[in-house]
Design a protein around this ligand. Structure first.
Ligand SMILES: Nc1ncnc2c1ncn2[C@@H]1O[C@H](COP(=O)(O)OP(=O)(O)OP(=O)(O)O)[C@@H](O)[C@H]1O
Ligand SMILES: [Mg+2]
Length: 415
């Protein structure tokens, strides 16, 4: 049999617990992995699990790719292609599964697997990897991973590329590494280069995105990094620390800690949690060695709690905090003012990691039919982004003057 492989995939036949190919479109990742697996499983009986994050039907899987490659390589005599499985005449077996629906229990049926190929792995979640990897435990078993990177911070990219396990075979493949890169794709590549240069590096060169494609603050965040405004931003004891809150009791509470120096808006710290009481948050804040300015809370801070009869504003004041309730502002207006503020903003690279992640992923809903962007999504990222919008509204009121004259900062009695 005369089957050719791209040069970069040559080590694919060497035993290795982890084999990873990442890169842009059309770089021969899928074909290479499919062919190598089919050759190995024809040589000796192997159980192969072909997995992806979501597999609604067998159509979503690499079943079709594998059966095409069986034909292309003339391996028809070795394999029997069934609707949901592929069987080797030597006892090899290819199985197909979606990881998202599996649990630690249900995935146990795959313990005998020799090869697990996770295709389109960029979308695989931490949970899925944590369920899958300890299941692939047979002697000599291998985990094969192919991905087109999306976000730099995605679990798979971090786990298998940015912090690849020691000794793993990890290769970047791009179009120029594919000796059979088809002419139709070359035309598409040129087209992207011309029409959509912002996305070119990600789509064709496999460079992970720092910001998600539909991110509302995409350009602002690119500039933030270009201008190195994500860095160590230490607390300046000569400046007050103002807090800005997005109030959430059952879902996330997000509290930004901001210092102002002239035009600069410095995010020095961030606190986020859920299912906590107000005094818990204040205790956390007051453990920090900061000189406090004003707590800015959104308009719902005036709403009274049905049990205590007190509003968040009143409760904070009772704890000795100085509070300003921000007026209600249309979301789009808020985004505009946040955008205006962006060029003056600095983020601490350690304490504001999660906040930055949220801003990178804050995006609009997309209408399924028209593909038009709609309102910003309410999701796990929107709480921090709402808080950030409120900072845009509050920033002009952030003063470094002392407040209240004689009023000191009473500490809570927290033992
Ligand atoms: N070993 C090979 N022999 C012949 N042609 C190949 C081979 N590998 C890849 N090709 C050609 O290159 C094309 C792209 O390969 P493949 O689909 O494997 O790329 P990919 O990296 O998985 O791309 P994508 O990121 O778009 O999924 C194939 O459609 C095929 O035309
Ligand atoms: Mg592919």
């Amino acid at each position: 049999m005369n089957v050719e492989f791209p040069e970069k995939l040559r080590p694919i036949f060497q035993p290795n617990r982890r084999k990873v190919a990442h890169g842009g479109r059309g770089s021969a990742k899928s074909w290479g992995f499919a062919r190598a697996l089919l050759i190995q499983a024809a040589q000796s009986p192997l159980r192969v699990l072909c997995a992806r994050e979501v597999q609604k039907s067998i159509k979503d899987s690499v079943h079709r790719l594998l059966s095409d490659q069986i034909q292309a390589m003339g391996l028809g005599g070795h394999y029997e292609v069934l609707d949901t499985e592929i069987r080797g005449k030597n006892g090899s077996l290819f199985l197909f599964a979606g990881l998202a629906t599996h649990t630690v229990e249900s995935i146990k049926s795959f313990e005998g697997v020799d090869r697990c190929w996770v295709e389109e792995a960029q979308t695989v979640t931490k949970r899925s990897w944590d369920v899958l990897t300890p299941t692939i435990r047979k002697d000599g078993s291998e985990i094969w991973v192919t991905l087109n990177p999306d976000m730099e911070t995605d679990e798979t990219y971090q786990r298998f590329v940015a912090n690849a396990p020691a000794g793993a075979f990890v290769v970047q493949m791009n179009w120029r590494d594919n000796p059979w890169f088809p002419q139709v794709l070359e035309i598409e590549r040129q087209e992207t280069l011309r029409r959509d240069p912002d996305n070119y590096q990600n789509i064709w060169e496999g460079v992970p995105r720092r910001v998600s494609e539909g991110a509302i603050y995409r350009h602002e965040i690119e500039r933030l990094y270009e201008e190195k405004r994500v860095r160590l931003v230490p607390y300046d004891p000569l400046l007050k620390v103002h807090t800005v809150w997005d109030l959430g009791w059952n879902d996330a509470m997000s509290i930004g800690m901001v210092q102002r120096q002239g035009a600069e808006v410095r995010f020095i710290d961030h606190l986020k949690d859920s299912h906590r009481t107000l005094d818990w948050y204040i205790t956390q804040l007051e453990k920090k060695p900061y000189r406090w300015g004003t707590d800015f809370i959104p308009h719902d801070g005036k709403a009274r709690n049905t049990q205590t009869g007190k509003s968040t504003e009143e409760a904070l004041q009772a704890m000795g905090r100085r509070v300003t309730v921000l007026p209600m502002l249309d979301v789009e207006e808020g985004i505009k003012s946040a955008r205006m503020m962006f060029p003056r903003v600095y983020f601490d690279q350690e304490k504001c990691v999660e906040l930055l992640e949220s801003l990178k992923r804050y995006q609009r809903s997309i209408n399924e039919k028209t593909r038009e962007p709609g309102a910003p999504l309410h999701d796990q990222y929107s709480h921090d982004a709402d808080m950030f919008r409120y900072v845009g509204m509050a920033v002009d009121q952030m003063s470094n003057d002392d407040w209240g004259g004689t009023l000191k900062y009473p500490r809570l009695n927290n033992g």
